[in-house]
Design a binder for this molecule. Sequence first.
Ligand SMILES: Cc1ncc(C[n+]2csc(CCOP(=O)(O)OP(=O)(O)O)c2C)c(N)n1
Length: 282
Amino acid sequence: MINENLNTPIIPTWCPGCFNFQIMAAIKNVIAEEILKGKKKEDFAIVSGIGCHAKIFDYVNLNGINSLHGRVLPTCLGMKIGNPNLKVIGFSGDGDAYAEGMEHLIYAARYNSNFKYFVHNNQVFALTVGQPTPVTEIGYKDKTNPLGVKLSPINPIRLMLTAGASFVARVYADKEQIEYVFKEAMKHKGFAFIEILQPCIIFHPNKGYKEKTYSLEKEGHNKSDFDSAWKKAGEFDYNVLNDKTKIPLGILYQKEKPVFEDLYPQLVELKKKNIGWKEIKR
Ligand SMILES: Cc1ncc(C[n+]2csc(CCOP(=O)(O)OP(=O)(O)O)c2C)c(N)n1
């Protein structure tokens, strides 16, 4: 897939071999495909937090906001309120999403605004050199935790299910997997939560993770069955891997739910006219 027109002149400063390259390639490919099918570059907007993941903002030639640490979601929501026709895509790290930005995550699931959200989960605060996040495994040691992490990781997939998210997916940082789920998420009407298990080759290499993963789709998982999604989400607790660890990948849950932008007449009007607030004549 040709995606030159989405490139910027900025040379990436991600570490050589960083999985963020895979993520970015997938995102560019899917958007380039949409543009080939007739969408305009201006139809898309991207938002990032602060962290290694956030550098994607500099390397993808689309409009958007490189926002604050933990504030990707309210920025995406603001964009949708400003122009509900925009295709908004947010990028966070696990520190960004599950620590500083945690309360926004719960409300994003509740609001169900029609934007897509990727969490680059490398289980550490990578840009600030590897401190543990709320999804780091028990026992992980760094300079800030010389005795090792003592607290159990949270399970963001279960959190999203409980919060009422209408699209909950997990993929490995593999271009094809991300492309597939991103395309499905674009078809979905509402908030799409997509967690990417992304080894950080320097601070959290996640050795052996890929081998523990399996495809829910190949297993015939029914993504409209909440109880089944809940059960699958419990299979992986983000802790140290053992012989029994199984990591389900794919769309765990999807359901139809009222979309935020369809609940307010002012936003419905903008959608109908295919304009943003700026273009309204007063
Ligand atoms: C409000 C605020 N708090 C803390 C920071 C410091 N900070 C910058 S990057 C970063 C780590 C980001 O980690 P994560 O979101 O997991 O992204 P990654 O670097 O792993 O991609 C932190 C804590 C900040 N810039 N702003």
